[in-house]
Write a protein that binds this ligand. Structure first.
Ligand SMILES: Cc1cc2nc3c(=O)[nH]c(=O)nc-3n(C[C@H](O)[C@H](O)[C@H](O)COP(=O)(O)O)c2cc1C
Length: 189
């Protein structure tokens, strides 16, 4: 699985969606990965350094000109077998918990097939994490059937130390690998 893990740890508000392209045997899985970004997230990484297809809000609106054109968020939810929102910031957490879908990322999530895995990795300042609304919203997402990869205690970008940092990338990858191994999709070769 070739996920840009270095970028994952240092960027914000991205989602990776993956599709199983094939399976050589029980240990070797071929995975295609695409990245969905929010506009704010673009501030935190260099798009040139993302080695896979990257979609943002502009792509959604450029692709659709008339009735026969594909709708990107629906194409992506059909295409993918699994979605990982890493990190999931407080803003997008709140939107997802209440069903708001005002950008490409939240539209893909709102249209997500609930029989497919969706993992989310919250990340925010400790004060935001400790606000009582956060626990309610995380529970709401788990109630939808999504899987939380809990945040950890760390020195945060803002200088504060406490809970709110995104889980370590290896923790996320291990969890994704385990879920993918259990997935049974018809395309297996
Ligand atoms: C430098 C910087 C770092 C930020 N880091 C986070 C963060 O780790 N978690 C979070 O919930 N919000 C963070 N924010 C606030 C979000 O960027 C803000 O809520 C934004 O509207 C999120 O938009 P999005 O959810 O569409 O990506 C940060 C803001 C700035 C300026």
């Amino acid at each position: 699985m070739n996920i840009p893990t270095q970028r994952l740890s240092s960027s914000h508000h991205l989602a990776l969606i993956g599709r199983i392209a094939g399976r050589h045997n029980s240990h070797l899985l071929l995975l295609e990965v695409k990245v969905v970004t929010t506009e704010r997230a673009k501030h935190f990484y260099n798009a040139q350094e993302i080695p896979v297809t990257l979609y943002g809000d502009e792509d959604e609106w450029q692709l659709w000109k008339g009735r026969s054109d594909p709708v990107l968020h629906i194409e992506l939810r059909r295409w993918a077998d699994l979605m990982v929102v890493a990190p999931l910031d407080a803003n997008t957490l709140a939107k997802v918990a209440s069903g708001i879908c005002d950008n490409l990322l939240t539209c893909v999530i709102r249209a997500w097939d609930l029989s497919k895995p969706l993992l989310f990795c919250p990340a925010m300042n400790t004060a935001m994490w400790e606000h009582p609304i956060t626990a309610q919203q995380v529970e709401q997402l788990k109630g939808f059937g999504y899987t939380e990869i809990p945040c950890v205690v760390k020195k945060l970008v803002c200088g504060d130390e406490g809970r709110g940092a995104m889980a370590e990338v290896w923790t996320i990858l291990e969890r994704v690998k385990r879920i993918l191994e259990e997935l049974d999709v018809p395309r297996q070769s």
